[in-house]
Design a protein around this ligand. Structure first.
Ligand code: ZN
Length: 345
């Protein structure tokens, strides 16, 4: 008999997300329509100091492309996407630059889109994942920071260094790894990992083989994720995933009663960062088989308020699964008296 918190929302086995650095208008040619077709949300990494401008940054392969402005970003939010901060200038961030590159940029983006920006995405290379940058990211209230290290993210990790899988035609020297629509998927299935793909703007051909894939390769990746993932993959906006991850890491379960007439638990959430905007968690309750027929779970806060009755999913014998918005002190019960019993005082 137990109440446990699932590694990932909805009790999914693994997670798939994808990010597009630079937030270019040209995503509307192929990427956005493919997202709409497959029902997978995306995430753009916007350069705060260049919103709405034609790209002209150093020797960028994307010079001449168009950075989305506030309207374009809001349009993506309305489609279920998220926006990350890809710095103010896209330059190397020195210790004296963190206020502008992480603090001011976050504020500007949040004002522009009218929504939180919980993720920082290092521009250029992992040079911008330096200690002083990550320290500033924590201080400015980010919930995570994204690198370009090709690896999985695991539910037990702290995740202030988020790994991303380059979805590119070919990697840089000396390995020249070729595009692989299955990259990291088998490992994610086995380890319950979170894949975050990244590219820039897939078009008929990759704009730069070491920075992008083609639209056909993007499409094949989505088809592969869905075919391999089936009901086991959570295709999610990384903002939702990082909120889930941080809430889970701060939550603990206390057993209050396991008597013949009822089982009751209390959730504790200690020191949750104030910038967490969603505290929904998926829980699994292992209980008496007799309470799994027409199951009713009663959820209510110890601090008062109305108790709520939830009809959970039966996922295997004696195991019920449900998702609730949690708060510190939330009580969860199941028992013979079912929905009639009010747990809140
Ligand atoms: Zn970039």
């Amino acid at each position: 008999m137990s109440l446990t918190i699932c590694d990932w929302k909805h009790g999914k086995r693994w997670v798939y997300s994808i990010t597009y650095d630079e937030a270019l208008e040209e995503l509307h040619r192929f990427a956005v329509p493919y997202h709409e077709e497959f029902g997978i949300p995306g995430h753009v990494e916007a350069v705060a100091g260049h919103l709405g401008k034609v790209r002209q940054i150093g020797q960028s392969s994307y010079n001449g492309f168009h950075h989305m402005g506030p309207e374009g970003l809001r349009d993506l939010l309305a489609r279920g996407w998220g926006v990350g901060n890809h710095s103010w200038s896209h330059e190397v961030i020195g210790p004296g630059d963190v206020q502008r590159e992480l603090g001011d940029a976050k504020k500007l983006l949040e004002d522009a889109i009218g929504a939180p920006v919980p993720l920082f995405c290092a521009p250029g290379s992992n040079v911008n994942m330096a200690d002083h940058v990550l320290e500033a990211a924590r201080r400015f209230g980010y919930l995570g920071a994204m690198s370009i290290t090709d690896a999985l993210n695991r539910p037990g990790d702290e995740l202030f260094w988020l790994n991303r899988t380059p979805l590119h035609e070919q990697y840089y020297e000396p390995f020249y790894s070729a595009y692989d629509p299955y990259r990291n998927i088998r490992f994610a299935q086995e380890d319950g990992g979170w894949i975050i793909d990244y590219c820039h703007c897939p078009l008929e051909t990759a704009v730069h083989p070491n920075k992008d894939c083609s639209e056909a390769q993007l499409r094949r990746r989505f088809e592969t994720v869905l075919a391999e993932g089936g009901d086991e993959v959570w295709c999610a906006n990384p903002d939702e995933v990082i909120n889930y991850h941080v809430t889970r890491r701060h939550a603990t379960v206390e057993t209050l009663a396991q008597g013949p007439d009822e089982h009751r638990y209390r959730l504790r959430i200690a020191d949750l960062p104030p910038t967490v905007t969603c505290t929904e968690l998926t829980l699994e309750l292992v209980t008496d088989a007799r309470w799994c027929a027409e199951p009713r779970i009663v959820v209510g806060s110890r601090a008062g308020g109305d108790a709520q009755t939830i009809i959970p999913l039966l996922v295997r014998p004696r195991t019920l699964r449900f998702t609730v918005e949690v708060c510190d002190g939330l009580e969860i019960g199941i028992g013979a008296s079912g929905a009639q019993r009010r747990i809140c005082a």
